[in-house]
Design a protein around this ligand. Structure first.
Ligand SMILES: *Cc1c(COP(=O)(O)O)cnc(C)c1O
Length: 379
């Protein structure tokens, strides 16, 4: 089987060095002292990536586990939680909060724009009795990045714990967990880090640890219990056998991202050129503000369904692009340009294929996407 080029917002292409790391012989992760050091080294690399001195934990489960674990570990039945919602993942966070007994209050705004700080400020002046708030850094289905740098410091002014889902932001968008006062910043392995799917990781602040220690009721779950991890290194103990091969891969993947240097700038340059090219060609971006630099969502042009676009891209060009789900199902198509796919040549090939598929389906553009991209991309 010839693997397709996966230009989706995760999972992303996995570099040979990362695949090589994954193929290394394993040891017994519960018994080998060397593995505890390796695990610690992986956490330290993630600390550098997240710009935090807080503890970082790696959980054996895809990104969603991080969201659920943060809710399960911090929320007690009856707690008031603010769910900041300007997209599908933002709103979905509320479902986990309810599962663990929260009284959820939604701050819901337009799904085509970033969160407005002035509107949030106005809202908080009226009501701010929340134990924690959740917010999504990059709303992957709609291609919108929220101003976490302003949202989290504002929430902390009111003593509200901040939980940020940056699954599709970390490694692509700027994130400074400590400076921005993020109590829990969480990510996944398969998006901008370009490691295999299967791991989630999160930073836990002193305030977040304290909130867990102060609980009156036990955390209702095992895999979702972050407090079990407190002092894992001192105790040389893991709650369960660690997925060692995945952690080999994650360690290498984070090393590559750190080696790359200014990953946010690289992502911005590609994303900016993609957006300009689409707009110049007459297509419409889904986002009206807060454009994501890791994924672009484009309004489906008249005259073609997402199903046909996807199938033609796949069968004629062996490229996978994404649609979206929930309220955006069939309304947008998405190009992921994150991590290993944030490369000029990959985007060029993808846009060239898109030109050809759209033309074959009778959709007329003002110019060719790949040529516009070549003009708009600045080294
Ligand atoms: C990918 C992603 C997750 C993890 O969800 P999956 O759909 O299971 O991959 C969580 N949050 C955001 C914002 C994501 O982009």
């Amino acid at each position: 089987m010839k693997q397709p080029m996966i230009m989706t917002p995760g999972p992303t292409y996995i570099n040979e060095e990362v695949r090589g790391a994954m193929a290394q012989p394993i040891t017994n992760p519960d018994l080998d002292p060397g593995f505890f050091e390796f695990y610690k080294d992986t956490c330290e690399k993630l600390q550098r990536l997240l710009k935090t001195k807080n503890d970082v934990l790696i959980l054996s489960g895809e990104g969603i586990l991080g969201l659920e674990a943060a809710c399960a570990s911090l929320i007690e039945p009856g707690d008031r939680v603010l769910c900041i919602d300007n997209g599908i993942f933002g709103k979905g966070f509320g479902d986990f909060q309810k599962m663990y007994g929260a009284e959820v209050v939604y701050f819901s705004t337009d799904y085509r724009s970033e969160i407005s700080i002035s509107e949030l400020e106005e809202f908080l002046q009226e009501d701010n009795a929340f134990k924690l708030a959740t917010v999504v850094h990059c709303e992957t289905p709609s291609g919108i990045t929220n101003p976490i740098d302003k949202i989290c410091p504002l929430l902390k002014q009111y003593g509200i714990l901040t939980v940020v889902d940056s699954v599709s932001g970390i490694g692509g968008e700027k994130l400074e967990a400590d400076k921005w006062k993020v109590d829990i910043a969480l990510g996944g392995s398969q998006k901008c880090l370009s490691a295999p799917p299967g791991l989630s990781f999160l930073s836990v602040s002193e305030d977040a640890w304290a909130a867990m220690a102060d609980r009156k009721t036990p955390i209702a779950g095992f895999y979702v219990n972050l407090y079990m991890w407190k002092n894992w290194y001192k105790k040389k103990w893991f709650p369960y056998t660690q997925p060692i091969s995945d952690i080999y891969a994650l360690n290498k993947a984070v090393e590559l991202v750190l080696r790359e240097g200014d990953f946010a700038k690289k992502h911005y340059k590609i994303a900016d050129a993609v957006r300009r090219s689409l707009v110049e060609a007459g297509l419409e971006l889904h986002a009206a503000s807060g454009y994501s630099n890791t994924v672009t969502a484009v309004v489906m042009p008249q005259g073609i369904s997402f199903g046909k676009l996807f199938e033609d891209m796949r069968s004629k060009h062996n490229i996978l692009i994404a649609g979206a789900f929930d309220v955006l199902k069939d309304k947008v198509f998405r190009i992921g340009h994150m991590g290993e796919n944030c490369k000029e040549e990959k985007v060029y090939i993808t846009l060239k294929a898109l030109d050809s598929v759209l033309a074959d389906n009778g959709i007329k553009l003002k110019g060719e996407l790949y040529k516009l991209f070549a003009q708009n991309f600045k080294f």
